[in-house]
Design a protein around this ligand. Structure first.
Ligand SMILES: Cc1cc2nc3c(=O)[nH]c(=O)nc-3n(C[C@H](O)[C@H](O)[C@H](O)COP(=O)(O)OP(=O)(O)OC[C@H]3O[C@@H](n4cnc5c(N)ncnc54)[C@H](O)[C@@H]3O)c2cc1C
Length: 413
């Protein structure tokens, strides 16, 4: 495939890039996907939301998920700072469909499968290729300058460039569009254990969110091979108050959180301990002439509700369909992506409102549900990822806790 014939270049082969490339290729478009790493490679972000099911169905990867041995996630449960475990929030209580359960995935395997799926669909997938910059003609992006693992530089041109570079946020960084979300300024310290405790039966694959003091929390996510992903998320100043050694911090917090301590006790630490800072951000715009931003390359939201992979998949779908529809009509401009940007912001804002409520000390899910029985089904929608619908009554009610009622200004479905 010569670069002259390309419809689209997708930069980054995570869930957002792989989805965009797969669907554009299925639409009959000529797509080049450039990925810096050689897959399988490590990635965090292992717990899925039920609503991912619909994109997986469209991509044709449900069969792989069924056979992957990934634990089934039927529920999420919360553990208070005094060790009280909530009634699990079982998705099947309200959803009477196959998508009522989802999976806990090892990302190295999952992402490799998704990239393979893009290649099978007809995308030209090249790994070990780093995009260093975009080519511009005036304000228009017309291609990329890429470098192979051997250091060879190549220029590729296409009608549209999709930035799916994840938290590297290549274009948002270069354009000065990346803005931190000051309300959600956390860090995460995370690692893996083998042989740690799992709850029995249906709860074996549940995500557990265990609160720690000062608005922090642990995640506990059972994965394949008897491995558990466990991490702590909290304010920088709280976690670093005594030491900056991530291992010492992780051990201190795990020791003080009874549920986590007891569940990790029989396990063997697999390491390493990883740290992620610069938590939540959003680009000021999602597109320009000749390009758009998808997934974490546009925005990253605190992962407490496991929304990241879902938003990457959904963003990839929306971007691919938008580009496909526009390609026959002439040049692709910033205006091509107006509806795409509205939709993506709308979904993000719904999750963000939930996340802000989660961190609000006066907020409690049980109390909220008894105070607003009429909003129960909207709350379930939001928690399973069904956020691209009108959730304004729920969001307005949550806004009375978070003080942020001007949500989703740019959008309505
Ligand atoms: C601590 C933490 C916990 C999380 N937990 C969850 C969770 O439980 N559930 C969930 O759904 N989400 C979770 N997430 C979020 C999730 O990881 C992301 O939202 C998701 O991976 C986004 O997918 P993406 O395709 O946009 O980006 P990525 O998956 O990051 O993929 C981007 C790809 O682009 C490549 N790339 C980058 N720069 C270049 C370049 N210049 N040239 C070529 N290639 C490039 C990278 O190598 C990478 O493969 C978590 C995130 C963090 C930080």
């Amino acid at each position: 495939m010569t670069s002259r014939t390309l419809d689209a270049i997708v930069v980054g082969g995570g869930p957002a890039g792989a989805t965009t490339a797969t669907l554009l290729a299925r639409h009959g478009r000529k797509v080049l996907l450039l990925e810096r790493e050689s897959f399988p490679r490590y990635h965090i972000g292992e717990s899925l939301m039920p609503h991912t099911w619909f994109t997986f169905e469209r991509l044709g990867v449900l069969d792989w998920l069924e056979r992957s041995g990934s634990p089934r996630k039927h529920s999420v449960q919360f553990v208070s700072t005094n060790g009280k475990v909530s009634e699990p929030f079982y998705f099947f209580r309200t959803i009477k469909h196959d998508w009522a359960s989802t999976w806990q995935i090892r990302r190295s395997d999952f992402d490799a499968m998704m990239l393979e799926n893009a290649a099978t669909a007809g995308a030209d997938v090249r790994q070990g290729v780093t995009v260093r910059d975009v080519l511009r003609e005036g304000d228009r992006v017309v291609g990329v300058q890429a470098e192979s693992a051997e250091g060879d530089s190549t220029v590729y041109r296409a009608k549209v460039v999709v930035d799916a570079t994840g938290r590297d946020a290549l274009l948002a960084g270069k354009l000065g569009w990346k803005q931190r979300d000051a309300s959600l300024n956390k860090i995460a310290i995370f690692t893996y254990f083998k042989g740690a405790l799992r709850d029995p039966g249906l709860d074996e694959g549940a995500t557990t969110v265990a609160y720690i003091p000062n608005k922090g929390w642990f995640w506990y996510i059972p994965l394949v091979d008897d491995t558990v992903s466990v991490g702590v998320v909290a304010e920088h100043d709280y976690l670093y108050r005594e030491t900056r050694d991530p291992e010492a911090i992780f051990r201190r917090e795990a020791e003080h959180c009874t549920w986590i301590r007891e569940h990790l006790a029989p396990g063997t630490h697999l390491g390493p301990i990883r740290v992620t800072g610069e938590f939540s951000y959003r680009a000021t715009r999602a597109a320009g002439d000749g390009f758009c931003l998808v997934g974490d390359a546009f925005s990253f939201l605190d992962p407490v509700f496991s929304s990241g992979v879902y938003l990457a998949l959904k963003g990839g779908e929306l971007a691919a369909d938008t580009i496909h529809a526009a390609l026959d009509g002439g040049t692709i401009n910033a205006t091509t992506f107006e509806q795409y940007e509205r939709d993506v912001r709308y979904g993000l804002d719904s999750f963000r409102q939930l996340v802000l409520a989660f961190y609000e000390p006066s907020f409690n899910f049980g109390e909220f549900r008894s105070r607003h029985p009429d909003l129960q089904s909207q709350l379930v929608d939001a928690l399973v990822g069904n956020v691209f619908k009108d959730l304004r009554p729920l969001m307005d009610a949550l806004g009375t806790y978070t003080g942020q009622t001007r949500w989703a200004e740019a959008a309505s479905p």
